[in-house]
Design a protein around this ligand. Structure first.
Ligand code: URA
Length: 191
């Protein structure tokens, strides 16, 4: 249990719980407002994130920022962004189940400190780990699923949208639904 983000960040940056620590350049803990009501969770850092130490700073990240900004969300202001695993899997392979398992405690501690109301899962890996191991993102993206104290929403991963630009209109609809829900349950996000 942590009382502050600084303590958590310091320990997380020294983590050696799985093999990913051998090849990483930076531990990508997260970015944003630690008091946000809305938390976005991706899969894991890619090459750019590993180098810069911040989530979603590559091409997919630029697209994510664009969609966020279209609904007045901003990584430096009113949301927080983290990943399931904090260190880059080599060659950007999917993080292995055991790597996810070793890492998930950092995310749990982040969630305890942030206390978000809405958690958006970006992509299959995040949605299956946090919502339902059998979740089909193509079917359930854009829906709200109540889980404990949180309202969870699976969304397409921005990298998937880059590979499949025909998903863009649907992805954008999901952001509009998210905006409406934020206005309904945590309007201070927009103050
Ligand atoms: N993809 C992710 O899932 N997370 C990142 O931080 C970058 C790319």
């Amino acid at each position: 249990m942590y009382n502050s983000f600084e303590e958590l960040k310091k320990d997380c940056e020294e983590c050696r719980r799985c093999g990913l620590c051998e090849t990483r350049h930076n531990v990508v803990v997260g970015v944003g407002n630690p008091e946000a009501d809305v938390l976005f969770i991706g899969e894991g850092p890619g090459e750019n994130e590993d180098i810069q130490g911040e989530p979603f700073v590559g091409r997919a990240g630029k697209l994510l920022d664009k969609m966020l900004n279209a609904v007045d969300l901003d990584r430096n202001k009113n949301i927080y962004i983290a990943n399931i695993v904090k260190c880059r899997p080599p060659q950007n392979r999917d993080p292995k189940p055991e790597e996810q398992e070793q890492c998930i405690d950092w995310l749990r501690n982040q969630v305890r400190l942030i206390k978000p109301q809405i958690i958006v899962c970006l992509g299959r890996i995040s949605a299956q780990k946090l919502i339902d191991p059998n979740l089909k993102i193509t079917k359930e993206h854009g829906s709200f699923i109540e889980k404990g104290k949180f309202l969870m929403m699976p969304m397409f991963h921005p990298a998937a949208i880059l590979r499949n630009p025909n998903q863009k209109p649907e992805a954008f609809e999901d952001f509009l639904k998210l905006r409406d829900k934020i206005k309904e349950i945590c309007p201070d996000t927009y103050k």
